[in-house]
Design a binder for this molecule. Structure first.
Ligand SMILES: *Cc1c(COP(=O)(O)O)cnc(C)c1O
Length: 394
């Protein structure tokens, strides 16, 4: 549930009254403040993180027939953008504790499959270039990015982070979403800050930022625009068949206003996660999510518990229905991608191909977590879970 303040509403109303609704001064300001906040050179505002993931892969030059390594435990967007290029998403298993793709898994995959020639990695069997890795910071828990970058660099593979769940999440003070080459943040309605729909591509690379800006708005070159303004403000040049991915000033004003409360949101989310943990401390059927090592800041986008369903007489689906009957909406993040029909049918995956994700999925339930939740709300959710477990224990 999004936290919208009166100040957020006033910021949007101000844009509506200004007469300038589409991309303009607010979007530029949002880009500047966001880049400064996470600590990167460039931020390019877009109308979704999916757009930012897509243009991130475009900017690193992904070509058809190439491979991109993606964790199976993620949202549809992370892998679908690879298909936009007619490239192959190679789905990899996740760590049973963090549900993240680990550097060790990527290293083992690359050691088995990759041959490095002239500063590029190729699959030994298929000959396909292994172009990129897209790690996802699951639920807001950072992937070990320093180690991931070390592995990727050793094999000459580019990293683009899917940082949709983060903000603010960091490793030893450095924000995640700043390690990879072209990284994506999301401002979808349920994310840690929202613009309704929106996303941000962030990068330290000038060429990546230039390319993303051009592709984000119909392949129109701003440089050409600036170069030829002498000819009149009507002049522009199309340099590529681009997309319509720009963020409106209406959305950017909401984003700017929400940014002011990033710290407050984090504190609220962290306190709720800690409160849940304490309420489940004596329940060995409920496995609570990992906090990561010392020095890691978890953004607590999600609080996914894992039920040891083999010790319960009801299924996970029945558990979710019973929670719903008590007025509590839960969901499952995620059905692993390799278990969905598209990936099964087109790539021949079977559920047991990635056994850790499959096994963890079977007990996964995401509990409500949003900054406005009261202590009583958290206690009600946790006691409902604990009561159901007690009632249905084998
Ligand atoms: C929400 C989400 C996205 C997509 O974000 P949009 O802004 O809705 O496009 C991508 N990846 C992950 C992991 C997400 O949770």
């Amino acid at each position: 549930m999004p936290s919208i303040s009166e100040e957020d509403i006033a910021a949007v109303v101000e844009v509506l009254r200004s007469g300038w609704l589409t991309t303009g001064a607010r979007a530029k300001q949002f880009e500047r403040e966001f880049a400064e906040y996470v600590g990167v050179k460039h931020a390019v505002a877009m109308n979704s993180a999916t757009a930012a993931l897509h243009l991130g892969l475009d900017a690193i030059g992904l070509q058809r027939g190439e491979d991109v390594l993606v964790p199976t435990m993620t949202f549809a967007a992370t892998a679908e953008v690879v298909r936009y290029f007619d490239a192959r998403p190679v789905l990899l298993d996740v760590d049973p504790d963090t549900l993240n793709l680990t550097p060790a898994t990527v290293e083992a995959y690359l050691e088995e499959h990759a041959e490095v020639r002239d500063g590029a990695a190729y699959d030994r069997k298929t000959g396909a270039r292994i172009r990129a890795i897209v790690p996802v910071h699951f639920g807001g828990l950072p992937v070990d990015m320093p180690a991931m970058m070390e592995v990727a660099n050793r094999f000459s593979v580019t990293v683009n982070e899917d940082a949709a769940h983060t903000l603010p999440a960091s490793i030893d003070g450095r924000s995640v979403g700043t390690y990879g080459k072209a990284n994506a943040f999301s401002f979808y309605a349920n994310k840690n800050i929202t613009t309704g729909e929106g996303g941000m591509l962030v990068t330290d690379d000038d060429a990546v930022a230039d390319r993303a800006r051009i592709m984000c708005l119909h392949g129109i070159s701003r440089d050409a625009w600036q170069r030829f303004t002498a000819q009149g403000s009507w002049y522009y040049e199309i340099v590529a068949p681009g997309y319509k991915y720009n963020l409106t000033d209406i959305a950017a004003a909401l984003g700017l206003s929400q940014m002011k409360r990033v710290g407050e949101f984090l504190e609220g989310r962290t306190n709720i996660a800690r409160h849940y943990d304490s309420l489940f401390a004596d329940n060995e059927i409920v496995r609570t999510p990992s906090w990561g090592r010392e020095g890691v800041v978890h953004s607590w986008h999600l609080y996914p518990i894992r039920l040891r369903t083999e010790q319960l007489s009801i299924s996970r689906a029945e558990f979710i229905d019973a929670m719903k009957a008590k007025g509590i909406g839960t969901s499952v993040h995620y059905t692993p991608l390799h278990m969905h029909p598209y990936y099964r049918e087109n790539y021949g995956y079977t559920p047991d191909d990635l056994p850790v994700a499959k096994a963890q999925y079977e007990g996964l339930i995401t509990l409500p977590l949003y900054p406005k939740m009261t202590s009583e709300d958290v206690e009600y959710v946790a006691s409902t879970v604990n009561d159901l477990v007690a009632q249905h224990r084998r």
